[in-house]
Design a protein around this ligand. Structure first.
Ligand SMILES: CC(C)(COP(=O)(O)OP(=O)(O)OC[C@H]1O[C@@H](n2cnc3c(N)ncnc32)[C@H](O)[C@@H]1OP(=O)(O)O)[C@@H](O)C(=O)NCCC(=O)NCCS
Length: 323
């Protein structure tokens, strides 16, 4: 059977680092409060000329270089983002053009913080369905541009950045020992819209709007939703927490990450955590964390890696893959 195998990875961050201390002069907050409640110590914020497309392009170029490929070798680009450069055209098409690619197709997927999971799932379906051989999947965001910088309950939590992987069709046996994506699990439930949303849009206010969140409500749902899709991945493949080499969760909050790992019996030494460095970069957070752990040698070829996310919508999902 055909498997979608990770052929390359890359990431890009804005130049400017903003620490918790820097935020103390902007809003009524403290480094101590932010670290204790979230584990975040700093985040990167896009400056002039840096956009979702420019960061996504840089992450895509890094992934192509890591894979030893060029854009001529791709058939499809999928960009997961909720902060596109323009309402349309899609950021993926913008990045396709920036990469000098004028064949194949490119489109965005929008599932907020679960966007990368939805993007990888879509790419895997294209590859297994024989519709594409190599897909560049990018998670890229500039959440700083939709934050209300006077709202201390949200503005301290998010950051900007981009990460990418290239998935390639390779022949597998169908066993769990195959490299590549082994299962994907997606969920959404629009009943929770008001708990995490942006209060504007082209069809309602004609403005971009700002992110609004009932943090405590999101927190209450997060661990249950995450364990649901992780257990579904274990059931679908007949694997258990003991088989995992790495859990690479969406990086929203250290307490959610630790709580989910504990509930699933996954030791914290097997969990990749970058929320302290990047903050919550929404769809970019998983590929940024993957890039960090693959580049520093923690994630190695053949490792069993579980990705999971939960975000606005709500949307949530998991991907189990062998690196
Ligand atoms: C946002 C979050 C960190 C807030 O932590 P919390 O323990 O729930 O805190 P609360 O919202 O109950 O607020 C507690 C107090 O801190 C205050 N506070 C909120 N933000 C603050 C900040 N940045 N600095 C200092 N104090 C702050 C609140 O005003 C409140 O004060 P009060 O008790 O006087 O009213 C937490 O709810 C959370 O992590 N939620 C999940 C968010 C998330 O991950 N979203 C993304 C999903 S993709």
């Amino acid at each position: 059977m055909i498997r979608s195998v990770v052929r390359g990875f890359g990431a890009a961050l804005p130049k400017q680092v903003v620490t918790n201390l820097d935020l103390e002069s902007k809003v009524d907050t403290s480094d101590e409060w932010i670290v204790q409640r979230t584990g975040i110590r700093q985040r990167y914020i896009a400056g002039e000329g840096e956009t979702t497309a420019s960061l996504g392009e840089a992450a895509g170029r890094a992934a192509l270089e890591n894979a030893g490929l060029t854009s001529a070798d791709l058939d499809l680009i999928i960009v997961a983002t909720s902060t596109p450069d323009n309402t349309f055209p899609a950021t993926a098409v913008n990045i396709q053009n920036r990469l000098g690619m004028h064949h194949g197709a490119a489109f965005d997927v929008q599932a907020v913080c679960s966007g990368f999971i939805f993007g990888v799932t879509t790419a895997d379906a294209y590859i297994r369905g024989g519709l594409a051989k190599r897909v560049l999947v990018i998670g890229a965001e500039t959440f700083s541009r939709i934050l209300d910088w006077t709202d201390r309950t949200t503005c301290v939590l998010f950051g900007d950045g981009a990460g990418a992987i290239i998935l390639e069709a390779q022949e597998g046996t169908g066993a769990n020992s195959d490299r590549g994506v082994l299962t994907t699990q997606l969920r959404s439930d629009g009943a929770h819209k008001e708990k995490l949303y942006v209060d504007g849009g082209p069809s309602t206010t004609g403005t971009v709007g700002h992110l609004r969140m009932e943090g405590r409500e999101v927190f209450k749902h997060a661990v249950g939703m995450i364990t649901d899709v992780i257990e579904a991945a274990f059931t679908a493949t007949g694997t258990t927490a003991d088989d995992l080499d790495w859990l690479v969760p969406h990086q929203a909050n250290r307490r959610i990450i630790d709580g989910s790992a504990k509930k699933l019996g996954i030791p914290l030494e097997k969990v990749v955590v970058t929320v302290d460095l990047h903050g919550n970069t929404s769809a970019a957070s998983i590929p940024l964390a993957l890039n960090t752990a693959a580049a520093d040698g923690r994630i190695k070829r053949g490792d069993l890696v579980l990705l999971e996310a939960m975000g606005g919508g709500f949307t949530w999902g998991s991907v189990l893959l062998r690196w």
